[in-house]
Design a protein around this ligand. Structure first.
Ligand SMILES: [Zn+2]
Length: 120
């Protein structure tokens, strides 16, 4: 059973706003890799048709490192990383949404899976 709903979210200052279709009961990923570990994100991965950027494209700055596959976007005003995007190996554009940036969600009730990205 899935309970997929449309959720809204964004950065701290409000410049970046998005909608995403997500099942909040699904496992969310916390990763210990060099960037997730430092920025403290908790991620849900969705294909691009489930993600809509409502505002703030011009407020986003891109950051890339290592293999340069993933665009680690952040708001140039408040610095919050509300989502990242990049192409999966099969070419599908994927979004990694930081569920900490969703409106009105219970972070403590989420099912969190720890991913050992540091060891990859
Ligand atoms: Zn912002």
């Amino acid at each position: 059973m899935t309970d997929t709903k449309t959720h809204t979210g964004g950065c701290h200052c409000g410049a970046v706003r998005f909608e995403v279709e997500l099942d909040l009961a699904a496992p969310m990923t916390e990763c210990n890799c060099s960037i997730c570990g430092k920025s403290g994100t908790r991620l849900a991965f969705v294909p691009d048709h489930k993600f809509t950027l409502k505002s703030g494209e011009e407020a986003l700055r891109d950051y890339q490192f290592n293999k340069m596959h993933i665009h680690h976007l952040f708001c140039t005003t408040c610095g919050v990383r509300s989502f990242a995007r990049g192409a999966a190996p099969d070419g599908t554009m994927m979004y990694a949404v930081n569920v900490r940036c969703l409106d009105d969600v219970d972070l403590g009730a989420m099912n969190v899976q720890h991913f050992d990205g540091k060891s990859l």
